[in-house]
Design a binder for this molecule. Structure first.
Ligand code: SF4
Length: 436
């Protein structure tokens, strides 16, 4: 981990959960989760759409004998040293050690730590990893909340819920919203590297090699009728939880966030339809969702909750698919901006033609194969296209439009025509665009 720069504070907190959670200027509990803090009520925000970079990273460090239990370090201003209403880039790294940590995974804890922030009265926490968005309510700022209290709440909840954690250290970096050089460097050099190492290992497996899948209800606090289906080819939509994480976590604590899904019969290999998934998804979503196709955004797609890294949306005029990443704010070829697309997408219910996905989905060999796979993708926002460029088949790289090429169906058809997109062969008869 690179150094953060000039240290503002270093504190040694108590080490037992009871003492950590005593005397805090807020309450903690599930009843505080899922709240929204509006702009007018916000004292400060860390991460979110107004800043250039943010991340929460959890690492296990069993080798490091120097890990000092209860230590926190803060780079940048504390909450009482900032201007009301400000936004900051933000990094929070949590280092853990303990003899039995192999029974959980850092990714699982990165998912759970999101809830542990959100359980704090007056703290809103959305998303995970580099998409996090934390807001602190004015009422809690008035009661004197500091970074130390946030750290106590996180350490206390972690230790109370995971007794195998022996030592915790937390580092916070609070950085400029628009020129967060340190934050960007840590994000690129450390966080993305570490997350990618975890992906490489997990992506060695594929759906045909395992006899069971898992469902995740980790977001039940916000979306009671949503469950992600986790298979080797299909990460949870947040991009954090893979099949190996779910497997380890389920064996450790079968009643917590995951449920087991025996595959059952393969109903349709191309679409990734399994009787086992349909039975379980119906049960865990109170029959809101009865069928899921793992490899389709158009027919019986998986639902998503508040967390997804990118959204696939159907473009009816060309009967094809566009994709934008979570933070894209611009226009789309649907001739509405992406925030509106996002609102139209009914996340908890199944919305054929829309599907939230993790970024790892792009490297899946079965990527939306029920819909025609990569050949059906005609548009992506530029940032997303650049970020996942190495996973786009070479022959399609120039044929997928971005906001720089097409922001209407008419322009998209022209682009498809001039770039000889494979869809052209299917729909263009030389004079008109024939949709099936
Ligand atoms: S987005 Fe899905 S996989 Fe991620 S925590 Fe929520 S339910 Fe679990």
């Amino acid at each position: 981990m690179v150094e953060f720069g000039k240290l503002n504070k270093a504190l040694k907190l108590p080490t037992n959960p009871k003492e950590l959670l005593e005397g805090l200027p807020f309450n903690i509990g599930e009843q505080w989760s899922g709240k929204t803090i509006r702009n007018k009520d916000m004292y400060v925000e860390f991460g979110g759409p107004r800043v250039k970079a943010a991340a929460e990273l959890i690492e296990f460090n069993e080798e490091d004998k120097n890990l000092e239990d209860g230590k926190i370090e803060l780079w940048g201003p504390d909450i009482d040293e900032i201007d009301e209403g400000a936004s900051y880039s933000f990094i929070e790294t949590i280092m853990l050690s303990g003899l039995n940590l192999d029974k959980i995974t850092p990714a699982i804890l990165e998912g759970i730590i999101s809830h542990f922030h959100d359980f704090i009265e007056g703290v809103m926490h959305l998303n995970m990893r580099n998409l996090i968005w934390i807001r602190i309510h004015k009422s809690i700022a008035k009661k004197g909340i500091r970074i130390e209290h946030l750290a106590r709440a996180l350490m206390g909840q972690l230790k109370a819920n995971f007794p195998q954690i022996e030592k915790i250290e937390i580092k916070f970096l609070i950085d400029s919203a628009q020129n967060p050089n340190k934050t960007l460097r840590i994000l690129k050099d450390d966080c993305f590297y570490i997350w990618e190492q975890r992906n490489i290992e997990a992506l060695e497996l594929n759906d045909d090699e395992v006899d069971k899948f898992y469902g995740c209800t980790g977001c039940k606090y916000y979306c009671p009728n949503h469950a992600c289906i986790i298979t080797p080819n299909n990460y949870g939509t947040c991009g954090v939880i893979n099949w190996k994480d779910a497997d380890i976590s389920y064996k450790l604590s079968p009643k917590q966030y995951f449920f087991e899904i025996p595959k059952g019969d393969i109903l349709n290999n191309l679409y990734g339809s399994y009787s086992g998934i349909n039975q379980k998804i119906s049960k865990f979503t109170s029959k809101t969702v009865e069928r899921i196709n793992l490899y389709s955004a158009i027919k019986d797609p998986q639902t998503s909750c508040r967390y997804f890294e990118a959204l696939i949306f159907q473009i009816p005029e060309v009967d094809a698919l566009g994709i934008a990443d979570y933070y894209y704010k611009g226009e789309t070829p649907l001739e509405i901006n992406f925030s509106t697309v996002n609102k139209i997408y009914n996340r908890t219910n199944q919305s054929p033609g829309y599907r939230g996905i993790a970024l790892t989905t792009f490297r899946d060999k079965k990527f939306m194969q029920g819909d025609g796979g990569w050949k059906r993708i005609v548009w992506m926002n530029k940032n997303l296209k650049e970020r996942i460029a190495k996973w786009i088949p070479d022959e399609l790289k120039d044929k997928i439009a971005t906001e720089e090429n097409a922001l209407s169906a008419k322009k998209l058809i022209e682009f498809i025509d001039t770039q000889d997109h494979p869809l052209k062969k299917e729909y263009w008869n030389g004079t008109t665009w024939n949709l099936k």
